[in-house]
Design a protein around this ligand. Structure first.
Ligand code: NAP
Length: 307
């Protein structure tokens, strides 16, 4: 007879580890899946986290370590592999991993996170955290009085430019077309801010710099030149890691799993926490809160109580 866990958590970022800690304290027999070799999810790519309560100026890597240490201290059980399929039989959820093993759980928390879309140009990967950022709210404060670029023309890019303008000396908004995609009200605000300059029909071809970003090679309709730059914020969309769950729980048009703040999804006993779920503010602190809420919901589900 295969072992049936009370709870299986998919993901070991802030949401998954927070859920693991709450689950252990609730004495649920719990297993956590993480697909990379380090816990923390997107946090480990953040140079410095300055907005997590009580831990100012901590590096993303250090915060991720602390999260993992906390889970280890409580004896959380981890499996280092990726979930590639999920199904349900008579209320028991069956998860298959990349090594073709099957795991069974009465309840599941999906905390698989999301990843920022990448430009895919030279220098992007190498200078991540050294001037290349995907989160203006997280990293904007490090560019006080500096010159930065925001790439993209959607709501996120416009919001980033607006957020960065009062902090930075100059903000270039680099968009590949001659028309913005974002909502009109944000477009209007961007146009009205003096230190935002829009580079229309322009693509970034390369990000230059030794140990930090120093310039961008840009191409405006065939005119290629280098633009001195201290930082680049890439805001060309986010992709939730939810494809494996697409026939299992309902997702919105952008692939986010539809769930409220209690994590309740379209499927009974399956909860979603953190960046993978529908929500308006994707931050470490909101992911951690989701993890706690999901365990509370899972406990009620396991006890047969109404949600
Ligand atoms: P988005 O709406 O998909 O916009 C992505 C932008 O990046 C587009 O302007 C696109 O250019 C550009 N882009 C995509 N791939 C690119 C590439 N390889 N190189 C250069 N540019 C590229 O993404 P988002 O702005 O992250 O927004 C995602 C969703 O969240 C949207 O539904 C948005 O409405 C929502 N959101 C809402 C708010 C809000 O309501 N306040 C804030 C943030 C996000 P093209 O225009 O040429 O396609």
């Amino acid at each position: 007879m295969d072992k049936i866990y009370d709870l299986i958590i998919i993901g070991s970022g802030a949401a998954g580890l927070s859920a693991a800690v709450y689950a252990k304290r609730a004495m649920l027999n719990t297993l956590v899946f993480e697909r990379s070799f380090s816990s923390g999810g997107q946090i480990i790519n953040t140079y410095e986290v300055d907005n997590y309560l009580g831990l100012p100026e901590i590096s993303g890597y250090e915060l991720a370590l602390k999260f993992r240490e906390h889970a280890d201290k409580l004896g959380v059980e981890f499996e280092n592999s990726e979930i590639i399929a999920i199904s349900e039989n008579e209320g028991i959820k069956c998860l298959e991993d990349s090594r073709n093993r099957k795991f069974y759980g009465k309840a599941v928390i999906i905390a698989s996170g999301a990843g920022h879309r990448q430009l895919g140009v030279n220098g992007e990967e190498r200078l991540k955290g050294m001037g290349v950022s995907y989160c203006a709210v997280c990293d904007g404060a490090f560019f006080k009085n500096k010159t930065v670029a925001v790439v993209g023309g959607g709501d996120a890019a416009l919001e980033d430019a607006i957020f960065l303008a009062p902090i930075c000396k100059k903000v270039y908004l680099i968009h590949r077309r001659d028309e913005l995609r974002g909502i009109k009200i944000l477009q209007k605000q961007v146009m009205e801010i003096e230190n935002i300059e829009i580079l229309w029909s322009t693509v970034v071809e390369e990000i230059n710099g030794e140990d930090k970003v120093s310039s961008l090679r840009v191409n405006t309709k065939g005119n290629v030149y280098d633009l001195e730059m201290d930082g680049i914020f890439i805001a060309i969309g986010i992709k939730p890691f939810s494809d494996v769950f697409k026939d299992f729980v309902e997702r919105d048009e952008n692939g986010y799993i539809i769930a409220d703040e209690n994590g309740i999804t379209s499927r009974s006993g399956v909860f979603a926490a953190g960046d993978v779920r529908t929500k308006s503010l994707r931050q470490i602190i909101t992911a951690a809160a989701d993890g706690a809420n999901c365990v509370y919901s899972a406990e009620k589900y396991l006890k047969g109580l109404p949600s």
